[in-house]
Design a protein around this ligand. Structure first.
Ligand code: AMP
Length: 316
């Protein structure tokens, strides 16, 4: 599973999150798309984080990232405060959350900078940030990495759709949730909508459906079209769903990085296994606030959950 020789670069947010769910609340806990992604991916490969934090960012978080072998050479520390996000979930339905406050702080002026050692990394994940910044990272990379994946959100689909449509053809894997995919394509049917994205260039579209799992539409090494429906792994109790999508992406991309293939060499089995590892990393994240559960997972627990998943979805 873990292949420390293989690296994976993530550009995204490192944040302080204040979150309230039916289970309680946390104030200024470690969050951000790049944090969840990198921690989940660190169970499979060696992540490098390209992000920005303020001078108020706690040293203990840096030490924790380093203890998970996460490379912080791309983490800028700027004068000012770290990005803050405040969210509150509907106590009766964790699929609904309200963003109470977003304070960009040092993130407002974020200019990702790739060093020479970052440009040679084979697998890139462009987490949910402004599409122009995602594009800037690819430009700095120079030649195309073996696999480029991206995420986005409704804000950019509404306000920066042209930039997104320029970026998507330069990527291989697109992660979006079902409402975002419908919003982006104007198509209701998720298969038709995903195929229209594949027509733009990516070989894989992952349609996230929250607690209902995901649909993956892909083109494999044989150039065959494949459809995979993957449920979420049900856990009880769910404490806080924040970061589940980014942890999913971390497990998915971490698995792909660990096997070291180029996007066009991936079989549909490689991609399905990645989807299951992603699902498992998401299932750990929702079992605690912030990264409380994700950070204490063991390789054995991941493998046990993999087997649990197979059991859950096999008829025999
Ligand atoms: P998810 O639950 O997968 O949507 O991810 C939530 C994470 O995204 C939280 O940890 C937030 O800190 C982070 N986040 C929220 N809004 C933004 C934003 N506008 N840009 C970047 N990251 C954000």
């Amino acid at each position: 599973m873990l292949n420390t020789n293989n690296k994976i670069l993530v550009v995204g947010s490192v944040a302080y999150d204040s979150v309230e769910t039916h289970a309680g609340k946390r104030v200024d806990a470690l969050g951000g798309s790049a944090s969840y992604f990198a921690i989940a991916a660190s169970y499979f490969a060696t992540p490098t984080v390209v992000a920005v934090v303020g001078e108020d960012f706690d040293r203990t978080h840096i030490e924790f990232f380093e203890s998970r072998n996460i490379d912080l050479s791309g983490l800028q520390i700027k004068s000012g405060a770290t990005f803050r996000w405040v969210g509150k979930y509907d106590p009766n339905n964790l699929n609904y959350r309200e963003t109470i406050d977003t304070q960009l702080n040092v993130f407002a002026e974020f200019k990702p900078k790739l060093g020479a050692e970052h440009k040679s990394i084979d697998v890139f994940f462009l987490a949910n940030i402004q599409p122009a910044l995602q594009m800037e990272v690819l430009k700095q990379a120079g030649s195309k990495p073996k696999i480029v994946a991206m995420d986005s959100m409704n804000l950019w689909i509404e306000n920066n759709k042209d930039d997104l449509l320029k970026l998507i053809p330069k990527t291989d894997i697109l992660f979006l949730d079902e409402t975002e995919l419908r919003q982006l394509t104007g198509m209701k049917n998720l298969i038709e909508a995903s195929k229209s994205i594949i027509d733009l260039g990516p070989r894989v579209v992952i349609v996230k459906k929250g607690e209902h799992g995901l649909l993956m539409i892909s083109i494999d090494v044989e150039n065959s079209f494949s459809l995979f429906a993957c449920p979420a792994l049900p856990v009880d109790p769910v404490i806080d769903p924040t970061g589940a999508g980014d942890s999913f992406a971390g497990g998915f991309m971490g698995h792909l990085a660990s096997i070291g293939k180029n996007i066009s060499e991936l079989s549909s089995q490689d991609l399905r296994k990645a989807a299951v590892y992603g699902t498992i990393m998401g299932s750990f994240t929702v079992q605690g606030f912030s990264i409380e559960k994700l950070k204490i997972v063991s390789d054995n627990q991941i493998e046990n959950r993999y087997n649990e998943f197979v059991n859950l979805t096999t008829i025999s």
